[in-house]
Design a protein around this ligand. Structure first.
Ligand code: CDP
Ligand code: CDP
Length: 223
């Protein structure tokens, strides 16, 4: 049993603001379970697409959601969500069709509710596996999933710079449109929650972004 306090780090922000890269580095530095909730919304979207259920057909969406069997596999320091016992492959959840549909499914309250308890349950997974805490990234982690997180960060950057970053990765993605949908939805919109530490990453290198977040975490852990 660890004598360290369990810490939760919530990181929210728009597409290509730097969430995944910085979360991964923090998870290694502080031995935290890394939970990328965007990959959960992507996996569920892939499932809806596989079943030919459009986001406009609410009864069909609800029927799929009611039957979802979600479980977790831990791969290194990353929590992977399995749907019906299988983890949806990376290549599938990052494909163009998923990029185009994910924000429409993520705006549906029943879809968000289906993932709420599952996401909170990742803290238990992190404890069971002996991690010192968890770092969870998404759009509503500091506002809805873990409003009492030990640390809450909100990353943002100029939209042109974010589009350049995604293009450099070779991504085929309309991030401006996803941001528009994510920020304007009624349930759990993308926004900096009151009290979160807001970081503009436009002119920061990735190590600088990580350092800005790591400094207060390291200070707390050394107390
Ligand atoms: O990596 P990127 O920032 O481009 O996207 P992502 O984190 O993989 O998230 C994909 C989509 O899932 C977002 O555009 C949101 O529509 C949705 N999402 C959400 O609604 N809430 C979260 N906590 C995480 C993702
Ligand atoms: O997870 P999210 O979509 O917020 O962003 P990411 O996948 O961590 O970052 C998108 C791309 O931007 C990656 O290739 C990062 O290396 C890059 N990046 C950067 O060049 N400078 C930063 N300050 C942050 C991210």
């Amino acid at each position: 049993m660890s004598h360290f306090p369990f810490i939760t780090v919530a990181i929210d922000g728009g597409a290509a603001s730097g969430k995944s890269s910085s979360s991964r580095t923090l998870s290694e530095r502080f031995n935290l379970l890394h939970v990328d909730t965007g990959s959960f919304y992507r996996a569920i979207t892939a499932e809806f697409l596989r079943r030919n259920v459009p986001a406009t057909d609410l009864p069909a969406v609800q029927a799929v959601v009611a039957g979802l069997q979600l479980s977790t596999r831990v791969n290194g320091r990353s929590a992977m969500m399995a749907v019906g016992g299988s983890v949806v492959p990376e290549a599938e959840i990052r494909r163009r069709e998923v990029n185009d549909h994910v924000s429409h499914f993520a705006a549906i309250p029943e879809v968000r509710t289906a993932l709420l308890a599952y996401q909170r349950g990742q803290a238990g997974v992190a404890r069971e596996r002996g991690f010192r805490g968890l770092v969870m990234e998404g759009r509503d982690i500091g506002s809805v999933i873990f409003p009492d997180a030990t640390f809450r960060f909100f990353l943002h950057a100029d939209p042109l710079e974010r589009a350049r970053r995604r293009a450099r990765e070779g991504g085929d993605d309309s991030i401006a449109e996803r941001d528009r949908l994510d920020s304007s939805r009624k349930t759990a919109p993308l926004a900096c929650p009151p009290g979160a530490i807001s970081i503009d990453t436009t002119f920061l290198t990735l190590p600088e972004v990580v350092e800005t977040m790591a400094a207060p975490i390291a200070a707390q852990l050394s107390r």
